[in-house]
Design a protein around this ligand. Structure first.
Ligand code: FAD
Length: 434
């Protein structure tokens, strides 16, 4: 073991050098900084698809980070395994004083970090975590009585009232880049080494915040046929873009844009304060809904073959690209839960597998919102009508025809349920829980 002390910076969902809070603190410490990344096999082993785009995306982001660090005369130490086990090995190789990282608010991450912090503490190594993934997190935005918000609008109002320019100011990490440790690490494991194959679409996830989209966001964001939303979800998820940068473009200019970023933080704080939502309804009374859970109908929904074109177009967009427009996510999710009476957790799981921008807090929060089981949920009797939604948001069938080439021919399937009958059945089933 080298006798010279180092500080570690551990990259997780913040895969960038610039404007990174935890990294800034690490680089401002008095020690050289050894950057590390761990391919967490506890997470990788749960993924079902060998060409999972998220893994390819991370692999690309790590490759870029490593190159940037090489240009600075440093490197990225890449480990693969269970993070705690990797730390146990790491402390034998390096004389570590402190470990710096950014906070991760998901239940698995909190548990993992607790175990690592307590292990390191016993070794006299401090584990320092910083807020970087959100503008406001944990207890930053609370009600006057000190409790977390469970309703979005008052949360948003408080969020906006609390926001100061310093909260979204870019952090000048780059000023301290000289403080990275000068060393040479081994090459990156290939995706094949990790048990995956490359998904070409990982390369297509554009990171630019397009001015045109932000300017017309209010007007166009609900129209799925238009390319009118940012597609930044995956970058926010893995931190290849800073949330401060995203908020800066809306600050005092575009509240609708900011509102969407606030939805993201709202659900992150919900998951943090109410971790039971990961597996159960936020509202206890909905835990015994009598779902139909028809497997054949579920399969048809997954494949985009329900005979409801706006739903099917969305599901096909998802299956082909890993993305689905927000308006259509709401319609497709509502259809699964309220027309087919299938447990929202089935849909949540399918989205988690397929969505490039999958984020536990947002996926769970939105599914529960649609199902009416969550905090601040649409009341159970408010059920999306797939016909009127289509008329309003895709009146010329532009989006539908893009994803369903056989729409309008006899190759397109008949409707698998009668919406009116399903509507009344759902109201009856939900009423039983009220
Ligand atoms: P934009 O409209 O450009 O919005 C910018 C950013 O704001 C998004 O990237 C996202 O980070 C955030 N945002 C926007 N809308 C929401 C919202 N309703 N809730 C939380 N954050 C929001 N979003 C995810 O990031 N991950 C998910 O796993 C996810 N699952 C969803 C499941 C369902 C059933 C529904 C209805 C919505 C889900 N969303 C999820 C929210 C939303 O659909 C996506 O964030 C959005 O469509 C991503 O596209 P975009 O980046 O072009 O969004």
């Amino acid at each position: 073991m080298s006798s010279k002390k180092v500080n570690i910076f551990w990259f997780r969902r913040d895969l960038r050098l610039k404007d990174n809070r935890g990294l800034l603190h690490a680089l401002q410490s008095q020690k050289e900084v050894l950057p590390i990344f761990i391919f967490d096999t506890n997470i990788l082993s749960k993924l079902e698809d060998e060409n999972d785009l998220r893994v390819s995306f991370i692999h690309d982001a790590i490759t870029d980070l490593k190159e940037e660090l090489n240009d600075l005369g440093s490197d990225l130490l890449i480990l693969t395994g269970d993070p705690l086990t990797e730390y146990k090995k790491l402390i034998k190789e390096y004389n570590i004083e402190e470990v710096y990282t950014n906070e991760d608010y998901e239940p698995y991450a909190i548990k993992r970090d607790k175990a690592i912090a307590s292990f390191l503490e016993k070794e006299n190594i401090s584990f320092r975590q910083y807020k970087d993934h959100c503008i406001f997190a944990k207890d930053d935005i609370l009600k006057d009585d000190g409790k977390p918000y469970v309703v979005y609008t008052p949360y948003k109002n408080k969020w906006l009232a609390e926001l100061r320019p310093k909260d979204i100011a870019t952090l000048e990490t780059h000023k301290y880049f000289d403080n990275f440790k000068n060393f040479k690490a081994e090459t990156l494991p290939t995706l094949e080494d990790l048990g995956f194959i490359y998904n070409e679409k990982a390369d297509e996830q554009v990171k630019t915040i397009k001015g045109r989209i932000i300017d017309d966001y209010d007007k166009n964001r609900d129209i799925p046929a238009l390319d009118a939303t940012s597609k930044l979800g995956i970058h926010l998820r893995f931190g290849t873009i800073s949330p401060r940068k995203c908020a800066q473009v809306g600050y005092k200019k575009n509240d609708t844009w900011l509102s969407e970023l606030i939805w993201r933080e709202f659900f992150i704080q919900i998951l943090y304060h109410f971790p039971h939502v990961e597996n159960a309804p936020f509202r206890e009374k909905y835990k015994n809904i009598k779902w139909k859970n028809n497997k054949k109908e579920f399969k048809k929904w997954c494949e985009g073959k329900t005979g409801f074109p706006i739903v099917d177009a969305g599901m096909r967009e998802l299956n082909e690209t890993g993305y689905m427009h927000n308006r259509v996510r709401m319609i497709a999710a509502s259809f699964l839960v309220k027309d087919l009476l299938i447990d929202w957790r089935w849909g949540e799981k399918y989205f988690a597998r397929k969505l490039n921008d999958f984020e536990l807090a947002s996926n769970n929060g939105n599914w529960q919102w649609v199902a009416g089981t969550g905090c601040d949920a649409a009341p159970y009797f408010r059920i999306f009508n797939p016909y009127t939604q289509q008329k309003k948001f895709d009146p010329d069938f532009e989006y539908i025809k893009k994803w369903i080439p056989e729409y309008g021919t006899d190759k397109y399937p008949d409707e698998i349920v009668d919406h009116k009958i399903a509507y009344h059945e759902t109201i009856r089933v939900y009423k039983e829980c009220n």
